[in-house]
Design a protein around this ligand. Sequence first.
Ligand code: PEP
Ligand code: MN
Length: 353
Amino acid sequence: MSNEQLDLLRKQLDELNVDLLNLINKRGDLVKEVAKFKPNQGADKKYDPVREHQMLEKLKNQNEGPFQDATIIHLFKEIFKAGLELQEKDYHKEMLVSRKRKNEDTIIDIKGEKIGDGQPHFVCGPCAVESYEQVKKVAEQIKKHGLNMIRGGAFKPRTSPYDFQGLGFEGLEILRRIGDEFDLAVVSEIVRPQDMEQAAEYLDMIQIGARNMQNFELLKAAGEVDKPIILKRGMSATVSDFINAAEYIHSKGNGNIILCERGIRTYETSTRNTLDITAVPILKQETHLPVMVDVTHSTGRRDLLIPAAKAAIAIGADAIMAEVHPDPAVALSDQQQQMNFEQFDAFMEAVRK
Ligand code: PEP
Ligand code: MN
């Protein structure tokens, strides 16, 4: 074969490459058009195995070679996959919580605390509301440190049904009383959709706990109240699951959501959970929502609270959650990990440096 002939063949190949490129992109445009006919569907719903099978069968029947059917199927599956990824990207752009949809940071204003303003904020308090006196003692310490928010669980999702389950609405009443007496914003976890509305009368901010991150009815109910929501990451939830859970809340009209990384379950046993610290910048890149780190439930260790909080602030967390109890040894829940007041003083001093 002469050089001229070779050049000619190569030229034809180059031209075919461009034709293929244009055809693949044209197909991409069509796939995006098709996606518009499936509105409000999550990314995964766009994959239609029956339709894909039909398309592959047609291609196989029309394949005249030289490529074998298996090679053609492999190549087209890649093209189909790329098309699905295009649809997924579009879906993520559509999400209400997405940074692509809204570029400015969401800032949540609670009693003058502007969570998401670039300064670290603190939500501290006991694991559980046990009595008025107990919460009052903690509130005094919180005020002493110039903080404006207090947490305390009234509905406790415990591993064992025989453990202290919380004081329920009586606990919320105590929190409200403390909030009014000390001018503090109060935060507590709600576990049942039907309690959302009533709970909103007591609370300044509502928490959805890790165990309920994919309790979709609860998420929808949280989307219908006019209170900021702290949404905790489920212990086996991926970042994508977490963002979709926030989307559930936002889709019902409530965009005031704080995402709380609280550690995930891994094979590591030296901490109670594994603090996924890089989830913080990932969540901040992917969404416009403020991100909190719960140093207590992630580490489960008092000796790690200060370094974990420092790491969280350094990596861009907007807020820190930590548990404080007047006498952790007799606490009705999480005795091992709550700080006493002396430890709380040291914690606040160290993390504010
Ligand atoms: C809590 O904050 O009281 C709590 C139970 O945390 P989590 O849902 O993260 O386990
Ligand atoms: Mn706790």
